[in-house]
Ligand binder design. Structure first.
Ligand code: UT7
Length: 352
């Protein structure tokens, strides 16, 4: 039995925050942001949280595949995110998304595993399907990190954007996913320092600046006391380069493949320099495929990042049926992971 995964449906909020907007909020410049991160724009969601973005992404998936999710026998809805819309753990996002899409008689569950959550869910979903217990799973991933970002903190406010994505993963006669690898490890980066209370990416209660819009639709900042992201950027950078390369070679080993078998890699889109570092190292080791990223447009959308990139390159006609891709991620809590799949973009495979 094989396990195949569909092309993604996506939701991108309409509001675009440019580097020039950030120049008015903190001591930064378009040049610095582009040079150090590769980011030019990011999308900001003001009216939709993770649930609503997930529902919109699922509707986009329905349109792209020509299906109604309620009619195809979904056994599970799994959501990967880092943001609970109401700051509570139930009802879970998956249940609310399922209700809106009228997906009944399924299991609904959310996963909080840092930016690596979607890849974590894909690997878990594959294992569930291979066990024979379930056949078809709806995967949603989405994050609303801009609502946890302090726009007076130049270390973090340049990096994040919002988005939602949706995919179907199901059993099939075709081979889709070859292997998955997951790990959370302090060995991949420097040891955590005692002063970083919850690691190199964490939430901290404080008075900060929330991004908002005025009546004319212009960006404004509001002073709000809440939990905001705290981050050790340089440490994450070093961790990311080591962790992604480790995940790539571990997943290749599990799949009994080499870099020569891989047509393209989609890395977590956090920072262009992290991606370039990883690519240079892999090229030295013989990688001849494509390293696909569009961090300039959407910035770091956390759990939505790799599927958003895949969707973009499908639309650009770079990605087509049959290619073999490796998806590799890292993030909060020092989780990292990867999976390898053959592209199965034939919509008919997902109609039954
Ligand atoms: O999903 C995981 C989420 N997080 C990440 O992926 C973060 C990964 N790390 C990064 O992307 C990079 O480390 C950053 C983009 C955050 C920072 O780039 P960097 O090249 O590592 O800069 P740095 O932290 O080493 O800072 C260099 C200088 C510092 O000034 P001094 O100490 O040399 O005078 C910073 O204060 O740049 C300063 N700086 C800025 N300057 C202008 C830091 N942020 C900014 C800014 N604009 N936004």
């Amino acid at each position: 039995m094989g396990v195949i995964i569909s092309r993604p449906g996506i939701y991108l909020p309409p509001d675009i925050l440019y580097n020039s907007d950030l120049e008015k909020m903190v001591d930064t410049s378009d040049e610095w942001i582009r040079e150090r991160s590769g980011i030019a724009t990011r999308r900001i969601s003001f009216d939709k949280g993770v649930v609503e973005m997930g529902i919109e992404a699922a509707k986009d998936l329905e349109n792209k595949l020509g299906i109604k999710l309620k009619d195809i026998g979904i056994d599970m809805v799994l959501v990967a995110t880092n943001k609970h819309d109401k700051g509570i753990s139930f009802p879970q996002h998956a249940a609310k998304i399922a209700e809106a899409l009228e997906i009944d008689n399924a299991w609904y569950e959310d996963r909080f595993a840092g930016c690596s959550g979607d890849v974590g869910n894909i690997i878990s979903a594959r294992n569930e399907i291979l066990s024979g217990d379930v056949k078809k799973i709806l995967l949603i991933a989405g994050d609303h990190l801009t609502s946890m970002t302090d726009y007076s903190n130049r270390n973090t406010c340049i990096l994040f954007g919002d988005a939602g994505v949706a995919k179907i993963i199901q059993s099939s006669d075709y081979k889709g996913i070859y292997a998955g690898y997951r790990c959370g490890s302090f060995d991949a980066g420097d040891k955590q320092k005692p002063e970083w209370k919850d690691g190199f990416l964490r939430l901290e209660p404080k008075q900060g600046m929330r991004l908002s819009k005025d009546d004319e639709g212009k960006f404004i900042l509001k002073s709000v006391a809440q939990n905001y992201m705290g981050m050790e950027g340089r440490e994450i950078f070093k961790f990311a380069v080591k962790a992604m390369e480790k995940a790539i070679f571990e997943v290749l080993k599990k799949a009994d493949m080499t870099l020569d078998d891989i047509d393209y890699i989609v890395p977590h889109n956090a920072n262009l320099r992290i991606i370039d570092n990883t690519n240079s190292s892999l090229v030295k080791k013989g990688f001849k495929g494509l390293m696909l990223q569009n961090v300039a447009m959407y910035a770091n959308t956390s759990t939505a990042s790799t599927a958003l990139t895949e969707n973009y390159f499908i639309e650009q006609k770079v990605l087509v049926d049959g290619q073999i891709g490796l998806y590799v991620v890292f993030g909060a809590g020092k989780n990292y992971g990867a999976y390898i799949k053959r592209n199965t973009y034939d919509v008919n495979l997902f109609k039954k």
